[in-house]
Design a protein around this ligand. Sequence first.
Ligand SMILES: Cc1cc2nc3c(=O)[nH]c(=O)nc-3n(C[C@H](O)[C@H](O)[C@H](O)COP(=O)(O)OP(=O)(O)OC[C@H]3O[C@@H](n4cnc5c(N)ncnc54)[C@H](O)[C@@H]3O)c2cc1C
Length: 423
Amino acid sequence: MVSQTSKTSAYDLVIIGAGMAGLSLVHLLANSIEQGLKVALVERFELPSLSSDSTQSQPPSFDGRATALSFGSQQIFTQLGIWRSIEDAACAIENIQVSDQGRFGQTHIKHSDAKVDALGYIIRNRALGQGLMADLPEKLEVLAPQSVADIKISDQQAAQLTLENGDQLFAKLVVMADGGRSDLAKQMGIQQQSQSYKTHALVTSVRIDRSHQHWAYERFTESGPIAMLPLANDEFAVVWTLTNDVIEEYLGCDEAELIRRLQHVFGYRAGRIIAMGERASYPLALVKAQEQIRPHLVLLGNAAHSLHPVAGQGFNLALRDAAALAEKINQAYCDNESIGQWSVVQNYYRAQQRDQENTLLGSDILPKLFGQKNTLLRLSRDAGLIGLALSPTSRKLFARQAMGLGQPASQLWAKKKIEGQVS
Ligand SMILES: Cc1cc2nc3c(=O)[nH]c(=O)nc-3n(C[C@H](O)[C@H](O)[C@H](O)COP(=O)(O)OP(=O)(O)OC[C@H]3O[C@@H](n4cnc5c(N)ncnc54)[C@H](O)[C@@H]3O)c2cc1C
C-alpha cells in the first residue's frame, strides 16, 4: 500500500539489479546519462559494502566465484575505461588444454592460434565488482538498499514501479537485470523455461606445487566438466561439476579428502594440489525467459538466460546483450525518440537473438555430449577433440568463439559521438 509520505519520481530508464549485468549496462550508458538521460539503478543490497571484505549483504554477482572474461569482454571493458582498474586482478589465459577422463582425445588451444596475447582472462568476482562499482556516472541515481515490489506496464504511461517502501517510479523503459531468482518476471506473467542438469557446480580455489604459467584446463568426466582456471595470485579457480546425489557429501569432506578426490579425477596435468580455499555450490540449469522484451521492458543477464558455466559464457553473453541494448538506447536518445518504444526494444532483441541462440546451444551441448556413456558418442567426441588438436583452422574457429568474437561487435558510444549528436 502506498503511504502518504511515499514519493513519485519519473525517469527515462530504471535498471533493476546492480549485479554484473545491471552495472555493465550503466557503464555502457554513461555518456548518455551525463548528457541528461535520467536513469535510476535499484538494488536490494547496499552497494558500498563491496569495498569491505565482508561476505555479508553483497549483491550475489560478487561472491567468492571467479569469472572467465572472454577477449571480447576485455575489449569492451577497455573501451569503457573499466579494464585499467581491474587489470592487475585479472590473469591472462595463454593456453587451454581440453581433455576427457579415461580417453585418448585431448587438445591444446594456444593464444597464438588466434593471434592474440590472451584467449581470455580470469578474475575474482569481488574484484570485478569493485571495478564495476567505481566511476559510476555522477548523475546516476542509485536507490539501494531498495527493492522493486511490483511493475505495471501500460502503453501510454510506460512503466510504473512500486518500491518496497511504497515509493513510485515511472519510466519509459525498465531493464530487469534482477537475476535468475527474482519473482518479478513471474508476477508479470513471464514464464521461465527451465531444464535442470541434475548437477551442482562445486566452486573453490586451489594452490598447486608449481606456477600455473597461464594455463587453463577443462576436463570432462562422467559427472560433468571440471574447469581449473588460472588466477592472478598463481592459484587456480575450480568449477567442479558433481551430480546432485553426491554434492552434499563432497561439500562436507575435509580438505585432504577433497583434494585427494579432485586429484584423482583431474590427474596431475596441472601439478600437485597443496591447498584448497573455501567452497560453495550452485545448482546448474539452463533457464530461459519465454519473453525477453515487451514495450517498455527488457530482461537482461540471468533474468533473460542462465547457462551451464562449462564454457564460462553466461556473463560474457550478458555483456554483449548489454552492449547491443545500450547501442539502441543511446541511438534513440540521440534521435530524441522514446527509448522504451517497441521498435527500440525489438531492434535490440533482433540484434542479439542469434548470438543468444548459438551461445545457449553451445553451452547446453557440451555438458550433454561429454556426460554420455554411449560408446559411439564417446568415440565421436574423442574424434572431435583430436580434430581440434590436428586442424589449425578448427582450433582458430573454436578459439574465436570461446573468446566471444564469433559474432559482430556492438557499437560502443564514444563520448565524442554523443557530444556531436545531442543538441
Ligand atoms: C559457478 C558459476 C560459474 C560461472 N562462471 C562464469 C564465467 O566464468 N564466465 C561467465 O561469463 N559467466 C559465468 N557465470 C555466469 C555469471 O555468474 C552470471 O551470468 C552473472 O552472475 C549474472 O549476473 P546478473 O547481473 O544477471 O544477475 P545477479 O548476479 O543475480 O544480479 C541480480 C541483482 O539484482 C538484485 N535484485 C533482485 N531482485 C531485485 C528486486 N526486486 N529489487 C532490487 N534488486 C533486485 C539482486 O540483489 C542482485 O544484485 C558463472 C555462473 C556460475 C553459477
